[in-house]
Design a protein around this ligand. Structure first.
Ligand code: SF4
Length: 418
C-alpha cells in the first residue's frame, strides 16, 4: 500500500488529545493525508480493543479481521467479505495495513527481491526476500536507519547512523512480505535480522518485533536469527532473557570476520571495546544458559581473511571455548563501493572449510544472493541516497547555472549506481 507523505507527527497532537481514554494505543500513519490507524502496528489484543472500543463491533470481528490479514494476506478491506459493509467502509477510510511506502524494488535473476522502504519521516531502510528451491522464503530485515558500528566492509556502516527503528517498523518489514506471500499462496518461513543496523543496539524494539513475528506471523523461534557484531552485555542479557521469559527466543549469530584482535579491530571498531576473548566468553555464557548453538558469520574477503593460517587460528580459538556449540557460515564478500575488497574464490573457501574441519569446527560456504541487485546490507539505500544527492546537486547547479562539466559529473554519480 502506497501512502503519501504530508502531516508531521506534531500536527497530529491536537487530534490525539481528543481521543477518549479507553481507546487502545492508537498507532497512526503520520504520513497519510488523513491519519489512519496502522493495523500492522497493533498486537492482537490491541487490534481487538480497537475493533470493540473504537468501532463498536463484537470481539469476533477482530478475529475475522486478523484472519483476513495474517492468514489470507488480504489488505483490501473491501475484499473482506464476512465483515459488515459499513465496518469495511469505516476501515477503508480510517485504517491501513502498514505505514511504509515502497520507494524502490529490484528483483534479481535468482528471485531475490530487494526493497527500499520510505518511513514516515522519509528515512530509507532496506529489506530483502530470498526464495530458495527447497521452499523456504526468508526475509532479511533492518533494525536501524543506517548504523553506528562502522564496519568498514559494509555499505550501511559507511553510511553512518540515522535512528533506531520502532518495534512496529521492524515488524512491518516482515509482515508486508508475509502478507504478500500469503496472497500468492505461499508463506514466510524464516526471518533474519541481518539488514541495516546492529540489532543489539536497539534491543527492546528488536525483541518486541521478534516476539510479534513469532506470534502474529507464525514463524518459529528456530527459524528466526538475530545477528550481532558482539554487543557483549546484550548477548548476556539475551541469554538470561530466554530463561526468565520461558518463551524460546530466536537463534543467535555473531558477525566475526577475523580471528585476531588487531585485524578484527581494523575492520570492526566494536572489537576495540569488546575483544574476541570477551566476545567468546559471552558466547560460552549464552551456550551454558540456553544449550543452543551459535552461528558465526564470516564474510570471505580475498587476501584479507581467507587464508589457511587465519582459518587455523579461528579453529583453535573456537575449539578452545569449553562447551561451545557452533557453526561457521562463510559468505564470499558482497563488494561495496566504499571498501577495497573482493570476494574469495570457491576453491580458496573450500580450503578454509577443510582447515576448520581439522579443529572439528563445522562450516558451510553460503551462496551469495542477489548480487545483480546490490542485495548486500545497505547497498540499495546507499545507491538511492546517492541518486537523491546527485539529483539535488544537479538541481542546484541548474539553478545557479554552473558550468556543464560540473553538471555532467553529478549525472555520472547517478549512472554509476543504477
Ligand atoms: S555489518 Fe552490521 S553492525 Fe557492521 S556496520 Fe554493517 S549493519 Fe552495522
Amino acid at each position: 500500500m502506497v501512502l503519501a507523505r504530508s502531516a508531521s507527527l506534531r500536527s497530529l497532537l491536537p487530534l490525539l488529545a481528543t481521543l477518549p481514554r479507553r481507546r487502545p494505543p492508537v498507532r497512526l500513519c503520520a504520513s497519510s493525508p488523513s491519519p489512519k490507524h496502522n493495523l500492522l502496528g497493533l498486537s492482537e489484543p490491541e487490534l481487538t480493543a480497537l475493533v470493540v472500543d473504537n468501532y463498536n463491533q463484537p470481539k469476533f470481528r477482530a478475529k475475522q479481521l486478523h484472519e483476513w490479514m495474517y492468514e489470507k494476506g488480504v489488505t483490501d478491506f473491501d475484499a473482506m467479505a464476512n465483515l459488515p459493509k459499513n465496518f469495511r467502509a469505516q476501515l477503508s477510510a480510517e485504517a491501513a495495513c502498514g505505514t511504509m511506502e515502497i520507494s524502490h524494488e529490484r528483483v534479481s535473476g535468482d528471485g531475490t527481491r530487494k526493497r527500499l522502504w520510505r518511513c514516515d519521516d522519509g528515512a530509507l531502510i532496506e529489506s530483502v526476500l530470498m526464495p530458495y528451491n527447497d521452499g523456504r522464503r526468508t526475509a532479511c530485515i533492518s533494525s536501524q536507519v543506517g548504523c553506528a558500528m562502522g564496519c568498514t566492509f559494509c555499505a550501511t556502516g559507511q553510511m553512518g547512523f540515522g535512528r533506531d527503528l520502532s518495534e512496529g517498523e521492524i515488524f512491518e518489514q516482515a509482515a508486508r512480505f508475509a502478507l504478500e506471500l500469503q496472497a500468492e499462496g505461499e508463506r514466510l518461513s524464516n526471518v533474519v535480522f541481518m539488514g541495516m543496523g546492529e540489532p543489539f543496539r536497539n534491543y527492546d524494539a528488536v525483541i518486541g518485533a521478534a516476539r510479534r513475528i513469532m506470534g502474529e506471523l507464525g514463524v518459529g523461534a528456530r527459524h528466526i536469527t538475530i545477528s550481532t557484531v558482539g554487543i557483549v552485555p546484550n548477548i548476556k542479557r539475551y541469554a538470561d532473557e530466554e530463561r526468565s521469559g520461558g518463551q524460546p527466543l530466536p537463534e543467535l549469530a555473531i558477525s566475526l570476520h577475523q580471528s585476531d584482535d588487531a585485524s578484527r579491530s581494523a575492520i570492526m571498531p566494536v572489537n576495540r571495546k569488546h575483544d574476541i576473548d570477551e566476545l567468546l566468553e559471552a558466547c560460552a555464557y549464552y551456550g551454558s544458559k540456553t544449550g543452543r548453538r551459535i552461528s558465526f558469520e564470516w564474510a570471505l574477503i580475498a587476501g584479507q581473511n581467507d587464508d589457511v593460517p587465519t582459518a587455523r587460528r579461528l579453529g583453535e580459538r573456537l575449539a578452545a571455548v569449553r562447551g561451545l556449540k557452533c557453526h561457521v557460515n562463510l559468505i564470499p564478500l558482497n563488494p561495496t563501493s566504499g571498501f577495497d575488497g573482493a570476494p574469495t574464490s570457491l576453491p580458496q573457501a573450500a580450503q578454509f572449510v577443510d582447515e576448520l574441519a581439522r579443529h572439528k569446527v563445522p562450516a558451510t560456504v553460503r551462496v551469495r544472493r542477489g548480487i545483480d541487485i546490490e542485495a548486500g546490507c545497505g547497498q540499495l539505500a546507499e545507491a538511492a541516497s546517492k541518486e537523491v544527492a546527485a539529483g539535488r546537486l544537479e538541481a542546484r547547479r541548474t539553478r545557479t547555472k554552473l558550468p556543464e562539466n560540473l553538471r555532467v559529473k553529478g549525472r555520472r554519480a547517478v549512472e554509476g549506481q543504477t
